[in-house]
Design a protein around this ligand. Structure first.
Ligand SMILES: [Zn+2]
Length: 228
């Protein structure tokens, strides 16, 4: 049940916090499976042969020889990689999500330090970072603990911009959990700023999205890691 990347050592983890809530009943009340697609279905929707041909063209275009030994299998490798890193295009984040009912109302639920990687749609190279997803449950509805990270993974596996990714995670949590409010904070390094253009390795971009009833003190609580 415990997942290593969801809480830092010096702060109380979300599992400890949730254990403090006396749980009388924990039953799934909703499941979204209608739009869930299998990995095989996703692969069929990504045209690998077309990607291979396009990668060969790029290699020609930069003055390389796609038939030389080191490159001959590269187009197929890139096609397999794209099928993997863009699989989220064909997966509905609502399809993997269970909502549970806690009989007692809990406070802010915070899942933080969630590592993720996505692909900048302007340059098709990665941006890599960490996310914090927090929400205030309403009427006892809570998300399965790993599902916040799963929603982020699915929405990251698409050509993205960080601002939209942040808003999409927040909106998805709002639609699935119907909480009082949600707060998403993402911090990432964009390789398009590291490897090209301004070439500023280590520069981080932070984005936030707040929906519903999230107060300044909630945000301070989440950012400061002080849950008491
Ligand atoms: Zn970019």
């Amino acid at each position: 049940m415990r997942e290593p990347n969801t809480a830092s050592k010096s702060q109380p983890c979300i599992y400890c916090l949730l254990n403090q809530i006396s749980v009388v009943k924990r039953v799934p009340v909703k499941a979204f499976n209608a739009d869930r697609k299998t990995d095989r279905q996703c692969e069929r929707m990504i045209d690998k042969k077309r990607i291979e041909n396009a990668v060969k063209e790029i290699l020609f275009a930069i003055g390389e020889d796609p038939t030389r030994e080191g490159l001959v299998e590269t187009p197929a490798r890139v096609a397999d990689m794209y099928a993997e890193i863009f699989a989220g295009l064909h997966t509905n984040p609502k399809g993997c999500t269970k909502i549970f009912h806690e009989s007692e109302n809990s406070g802010l639920v915070v899942v933080k330090d969630i590592a993720f990687q996505s692909v900048c749609e302007h340059h098709l190279i990665p941006f890599i970072g960490k996310a914090c997803i927090a929400y205030k449950p309403k009427d006892g509805r809570i998300l399965g603990l790993s599902k916040a990270a799963r929603i982020l993974d699915i929405l990251s596996a698409r050509p993205q911009v960080q601002e939209r990714l942040t808003a999409q995670v927040a909106q998805t949590i709002m639609e699935i959990v119907e909480p009082k409010g949600v707060y998403v904070y993402i911090e990432a390094e964009h390789l398009c700023m590291t490897m090209r253009g301004v070439k500023k390795p280590g520069a981080k971009t932070a984005t936030t999205c707040i929906k519903g009833e999230i107060s300044e003190s909630d945000i301070a609580t989440v950012r400061g890691g002080n849950y008491s």
